[in-house]
Design a protein around this ligand. Structure first.
Ligand code: URA
Length: 285
């Protein structure tokens, strides 16, 4: 095993060189991972250090496999064509494949590629993988109820996930696990490109995991909701995941909290809000 001081300049310089070429992900082996961990531990990745450019660009001493395909291009004329081109590229996206922790079947997005409202979840599960559509199971039914209460339908909005593949587990049947930060980061360039194409007026992040993937913010949903955030210059609201609502007993306040987030989104979008809608899920007087 090479010492940290001998090994780190070549690995770090090589990664910086890749980054300057626009490469955002690279497959690294355990030795290179150890070097990076030590690099961060020693504080070399402070904002100031991160900005510095390498004085030399040498080949890595530990194995850093150059990624095969790491540039996304948005092809096509209409928004629908552009989304199709993204889907195609996502299928073979090297940073995702390199992780080897996600299943093969892709679940990209659904809905109107020119929608004003974009809803973003974390990752597909069993039902979504089967139907190849986001939010296809019980959480999707709950989401449909919310969307309907807003006076909208699935076809009028755009629904996507941060991670486009179902996270794999050992002996997997119907169970799901949350996507890891690495899995979300590997997929995020597609979501960013989708936002560039759809140009929604409002984004709603559904649940803490999706929020973490988008905003790199690990605070609880309770701390982040009820306020406007920004993602790629677009107003973003954080709310609870529909599956969280499914786990709440009748009469709890979470439904109303989600509804208040939706009301805020409706107002931002200039959608009509009736007095009846305003009172949904308020305790009976
Ligand atoms: N949960 C999500 O976050 N996304 C889906 O598509 C389904 C369940």
């Amino acid at each position: 095993m090479m010492s940290f001081d001998m090994a780190q300049p070549s690995v770090i310089d090589y990664l910086k060189q890749l980054q300057q070429q626009g490469v955002s992900h690279a497959e690294i082996d355990d030795e290179a991972r150890g070097i990076l961990r030590e690099f961060y531990r020693r504080g070399a990745a402070s904002p100031k250090a991160r900005k510095s450019t390498p004085s030399s660009a040498t080949a890595p001493s530990a194995a850093v496999t150059p990624p095969t395909e790491t540039k996304i291009s948005i092809n096509g004329h209409s928004a629908a064509e552009k989304i199709s081109s993204l889907k195609e590229q996502c299928l073979t996206w090297a940073p995702t494949k390199a992780l080897r922790t996600l299943r093969d079947k892709m679940v990209f997005s659904t809905g109107n590629p020119e929608a004003d409202l974009m809803l973003i979840g974390e990752a597909p599960g069993y039902h979504e993988e089967k139907k190849q559509e986001p939010f296809a199971g019980p959480a999707g039914e709950k989401l449909d109820q919310i969307v309907k209460a807003m006076g909208l339908s699935r076809d009028e909005i755009y629904i996507s996930n941060v991670c486009k593949f179902r996270p794999a587990t050992k002996n997997q049947t119907m169970g799901s696990r949350k996507p890891s930060p690495d899995e979300m980061a590997a997929n995020l360039p597609f979501l960013r490109a989708e936002i560039d194409v759809v140009k929604p007026k409002v984004i709603i992040a559904l649940g803490g995991t999706a929020t973490e993937g988008l905003l790199e913010e690990s605070k609880a949903v309770s701390q982040l909701r009820n306020a406007w955030h920004q993602f790629q210059g677009i107003p973003l609201r954080v709310t609870y995941h529909p599956s969280y609502l499914l786990r709440q007993s009748e009469g709890t306040s979470e439904k109303r909290m989600v509804w208040e987030d939706m009301l805020a989104a409706m107002e931002k979008l200039g959608l009509p809000v009736s007095e009846k809608q305003r009172r949904y899920f308020l305790p009976k007087e």
